[in-house]
Design a protein around this ligand. Structure first.
Ligand code: THU
Length: 130
């Protein structure tokens, strides 16, 4: 079941626009309803204006109707078991739960699985803002 999510992240990575870092990244989210939303990193000549693969995937997820996120896969061509950056951990935690599985991939498939709680302990919680 996780291999298809790996393949979705890998296909997304092939669409990365990363001419500056030459570091393509792909991410894919699966919901409890079985829907998959994927994305790649997109860079901009004014470097800070680019954004991560996870953020693209979240944009597709929101615009596609959202839902409970059960699994996330991330892959980078030049780094085995890439972990989402700090900002993306916080963005993912906005929509995923602490028990959501995060699959860290290499070129062949899922190499390690952790939970959101493990990669973002003590993340900022916005409950009080609601
Ligand atoms: N990048 C991601 O897409 N996700 C991450 O979690 C880490 C970094 C991208 C951003 C930039 O386009 C490139 O990798 C190099 O930092």
């Amino acid at each position: 079941m996780t291999h298809d999510l790996f393949l979705a992240a890998k296909s997304a990575m092939a669409k990365a626009y990363a001419p500056y870092s030459k570091f393509p990244v792909g991410a894919a989210l699966r919901t409890a309803a079985g829907r998959v939303f994927a994305g790649a990193n997109i860079e901009v000549a004014s470097y800070p204006e680019g954004w991560c693969a996870e953020t693209t995937a979240l944009g597709h997820y929101i615009m596609g109707g959202g839902g409970e996120i059960t699994d996330i896969a991330v892959i980078a061509e030049r780094m085995d078991k890439i972990t989402p950056c700090g900002g993306c951990r916080q963005r993912l935690a906005e929509f995923a739960g602490p028990q959501t599985r995060l699959h860290l991939c290499d070129a062949n498939g899922v190499a390690q699985t952790v939970t959101m709680a493990e990669i973002l302990p003590f993340g900022f919680r916005g409950d009080i803002l609601k």
